[in-house]
Design a protein around this ligand. Sequence first.
Ligand code: KG4
Ligand code: ZN
Length: 347
Amino acid sequence: MLILGLETSCDETGVALYDTERGLLADALFSQVDIHVEYGGVVPELASRDHIRKTLPLVEEVLARAGCAASQIEGVAYTAGPGLVGALMVGATLARALAWGWGVPALGVHHMEGHLLAPMLEEDHPEYPFVALLVSGGHTQLVRVDAIGQYRILGESLDDAAGEAFDKVAKMLGLPYPGGPHVARLAQRGTPGRFTFPRPMVNRPGLDFSFSGLKTHTLNTVAECTVAGELSEQDKCDIALAFEEAVVATLVIKCRRALRQEQLKTLVIAGGVSANTNLREQLSRALAKEGGRVFYPAPRFCTDNGAMIAYAGAQRLLAGQVDAAASPVRPRWPMEELPPLTAGVEG
Ligand code: KG4
Ligand code: ZN
């Protein structure tokens, strides 16, 4: 089954063609970073308008790259939530209009399910069941995954998401949005051991996270190091490293705890922050010691992309799920409300 996938939930327009027999045929991405950078964050209305401009040309691009005709497409999947409502509506409207015009089914996909399943695009992918750590700009969640649509949230952030904390610390250090990769780059030049930041909530039982205290601690350290309104380059690198180490150590502790609790050995990490090299290395090392293994998507499929939406949609469309006639986008959408694959027609 050949599926077109559209992702427009935030500031990236992602389009991909996935075939359930042949795998990923083509994918294309346009990042709006340059549009939003001068505002220090995503401006929702600008995001929606740019999705309108970019989505159809990207659909044509993936068709051309895959050497496919539109008439071969057998279903259209799009991100229906969670995300920015205007941006979601652009993708939903285009996807449903294309599907209607082509006489094929459309299906709204959960953005975080897309992230969660992104490692399945890799040749070497995990078997169910596993524990997934979803770390993006809007979510930090530990999820037990028994099959597609069988999700149990084990823990989540009580305040900021991990990516959001990276972005806010980046702002404190005068780095551009989106801050995560910039903080990670500075951290590589940090002096190990100069600062040790608190590891939030690790001494409390349970699997929830909280990053606001760590953020305040970082802000206080920035203030202490600032002399005559200036923070030296080395101070920035050292603070970035201490912050990154604290986030990574916290995530590693909670992932190990979740695996122990669920008596599982397989961990999946996905979402923008899973692109962080330090996190990948430390998780791999910690799990290897316990006979476990961590799987993650290719770096380009860690952040928002169309391939993960095409993949997740393809599995559900193949199982016969299609959108109801009236199918709204859902800016807020608990993942545990998703149906399992065997539930048949949705809506
Ligand atoms: O999954 P994603 O592309 O979008 C959402 O659905 O939120 O995640 C974006 C987040 C941003 O907060 C960004 O700063 C963070 O992922 N991020 C990183 C890295 N690359 C992206 N954080 C830490 N280290 C990275 N290398
Ligand atoms: Zn995302």
